[in-house]
Design a protein around this ligand. Structure first.
Ligand SMILES: NC(=O)C1=CN([C@@H]2O[C@H](COP(=O)(O)OP(=O)(O)OC[C@H]3O[C@@H](n4cnc5c(N)ncnc54)[C@H](OP(=O)(O)O)[C@@H]3O)[C@@H](O)[C@H]2O)C=CC1
Ligand SMILES: CC(C)=CCC[C@@H](C)[C@H]1CC[C@H]2C3=CC=C4C[C@@H](O)CC[C@]4(C)[C@H]3CC[C@]12C
Length: 540
């Protein structure tokens, strides 16, 4: 006999495990994290823990009762009916009706767009079908891929300035110069993947040790120097580059798309690791990617497409556009500032490439699909560097003083962003035995589960990481603003990168927090309580 309506509902749900789960949840002191914590606990109690994919797969059936969990919670809380489906995670949400808002707040609307890729798709059962499913797994990939192409080519046409002529869709096929240029660039980057020692990333939960090519800094200098030296035999090289830029981006896009298709086929038929992944609609898998660290021709696909091909554009686009602008208009303080800041940002990237490859979400959470590998060869030159291209035909009108003030601010933000990223890397590298702002760091001990059992980690609460949870994103946004602000007289156009990357940053931070919450549970909740702000101290 059940002693109460609540217990009846619990027994009806799935026995003692569920009862423990709900009681634990109800006891939880902080309700702002209940949704996430319940999700974790349901996964644990039912064997569906994210870090135990194989076991999870075997026991997947045993979580059948989770759908009744929603019914159960209504009884437990005598609450309002649950809100409509939120897709993937919904199946585990035993109680969604928390009225508390807090540091973490309600699951953000940005979750809808999230890929949650490293949360072991194995353990997350296929989402329920419905409108939300169609939107998230069909519409979002199509909109992102289609939108990316349409916006890029429209902007590249418009950015050419008053003498642009009518829009010609044939640019999307490239031309002979563009294909030669892109062919050489891709092959050059390809060859450099074999030069330089090996660098290893953190072992994944399914036992893969990601392997990357070192020597990024040397690659950057030799590539940039070679490009500059090529101007001796071909003095008009920068002009050719600028005049054929849309075609170059188009050819680069076809190459990126081909790599994304190859990665998709490889993920379907020849995975490097037998990581169990739940099936999703093909278009979503293509967009999100299937494998986490696929190797093609013996090297890491994400490093090749993002850190080598993509970031090479970040070096040669500003260089070419600056040469052309000098030729066309002479010295312009605004353009000079834009060029120098873009260049320093690239140098900083290569200086920090190892940390990018081993520590960042792109490489620990995101999979190798269209989003990273296919889009980088088009989006880095076409969107990230659009403002620089745009300013060739629309020279900045800011005063020298404003331009150099923005320069100083940009440099300060680049240094700050580097310090934030480096502070975390050093802290993790030394396992907390380092100085942060001259003092031994404070941290929260966190624990997470992997297929080899429990592991320990630390969450830094000193230094920048003790002030705001994603202050590196804030600095990244401000670097972009200082770089492009020199063109503000031309309205919204120079800020295209800021708008798109700003949205990607917000999407990214929700994915990151979701990942950390699932990985560390209460420890991350504690971190969010100690450091309640996400981007700006005292504000948001
Ligand atoms: N210009 C551009 O287009 C973009 C630039 N960037 C830049 O790249 C850099 C890296 O960004 P990204 O990888 O997204 O994010 P982060 O460098 O913020 O890395 C997030 C990860 O760091 C760990 N972590 C979080 N909080 C703490 C803490 N308090 N102490 C210790 N470890 C913690 C967690 O991983 P774990 O599981 O190891 O605990 C978390 O998943 C940033 O500087 C960002 O601005 C990023 C995106 C786009
Ligand atoms: C669909 C669409 C528009 C996708 C664009 C995705 C990519 C072009 C970007 C996604 C993540 C971006 C980056 C992450 C981190 C970086 C470190 C920073 O120091 C340099 C820039 C970058 C490599 C940046 C580049 C663009 C992305 C790969």
């Amino acid at each position: 006999m059940c002693s109460s309506e609540v217990d009846c509902a619990i027994e009806e749900f799935s026995g003692k495990r569920a009862k423990d789960l709900v009681r634990l949840v109800e006891k939880s002191s902080s309700s702002k994290f209940k949704d996430m914590e319940k999700e974790r606990m349901c996964m644990k109690t039912s064997g569906l823990h994210p870090s135990n994919p194989v076991k999870a797969q075997q026991e997947k059936q045993s979580c059948e009762g989770r759908f009744q969990g929603r019914k159960l919670l209504c009884a437990v809380r005598k609450a309002r009916p649950l809100p409509p489906s939120r897709g993937l995670a919904k199946n585990f949400k035993v109680n969604f009706n928390t009225s508390d808002e807090g540091a973490f707040g309600r699951p953000s609307p940005f979750h809808v767009l999230s890929t949650y890729s490293n949360l072991k798709m194995t353990v997350l059962p296929a989402p329920e079908k419905g409108l939300h499913y169609i939107f998230r797994y069909y519409a979002v990939p199509v909109l992102m891929m289609g939108g990316n192409i349409i916006i890029t080519f429209y902007c590249l046409w418009y950015g050419k300035g008053p003498d642009r002529g009518p829009f010609d869709p044939c640019v999307m096929m490239g031309n002979a110069f563009a294909w030669k240029f892109v062919g050489i660039l891709f092959i050059w980057c390809f060859l450099w993947m074999y030069i330089g020692g090996k660098v290893y990333g953190p072992v994944t939960d399914y036992g893969q040790i990601p392997e990357y090519t070192g020597g990024g800094f040397r690659f950057y200098f030799i590539t940039t120097a070679s490009y500059i030296l090529l101007h001796i035999p071909y003095p008009k090289l920068s002009w050719w580059f600028y005049e054929n830029f849309a075609q170059i981006v188009a050819a680069s896009h076809w190459c990126g798309l081909t790599i994304a298709v190859l990665l998709f086929i490889k993920g379907k038929v020849a995975r490097d690791y037998d990581e169990k992944i739940a099936p999703y609609p093909l278009i979503h898998e293509f967009y999100r990617g299937i494998e986490l660290h696929p190797h093609i021709f013996g090297f890491d696909a994400k490093q090749y497409t993002v850190a080598r091909v993509g970031m090479t554009y970040w070096s040669i686009v500003p260089l070419s556009c600056y040469f052309v602008s000098l030729d066309k208009w002479g010295y312009n303080a605004g353009f000079t500032v834009n060029f120098i800041l873009q260049t320093i940002y690239t140098v900083k990237f290569y200086f920090w490439e190892w940390e990018y490859m081993t520590q960042t979400l792109d490489n620990t959470l995101d999979r190798a699909g269209y989003y990273l590998c296919g889009a980088s060869p088009i989006s880095i030159p076409g969107l990230c560097l659009f403002s620089t291209f745009f300013m060739v035909a629309h020279p900045p009108l800011v005063s020298n003083f404003t331009a150099w003030l923005l320069f100083v601010m940009g440099i300060v933000f680049i240094i700050l962003e580097y310090q934030v990223d480096h502070q975390k890397t050093e802290f993790r590298r030394t396992d907390g035995k380092c100085l942060v702002w001259g003092k031994p760091p404070k941290y929260i001990e966190a624990e997470y589960e992997t297929s080899e059992g429990k592991k320990k980690s630390k969450l830094l609460i000193s230094g920048y990481w003790g002030k705001v949870r994603h202050i590196n994103y804030t600095f990244d946004i401000t670097i972009g603003l200082c770089t492009n602000m020199v063109g503000y007289h031309y309205g919204i156009w120079p800020f295209l990168y800021n708008i798109i990357m700003g949205s990607l940053h917000i999407h990214r931070l929700t994915r990151d927090e979701y990942k950390c919450m699932m990985k560390y549970g209460h420890a991350y909740e504690k971190y969010c309580r100690i450091v309640p702000y996400r981007l700006i101290p005292g504000v948001v």
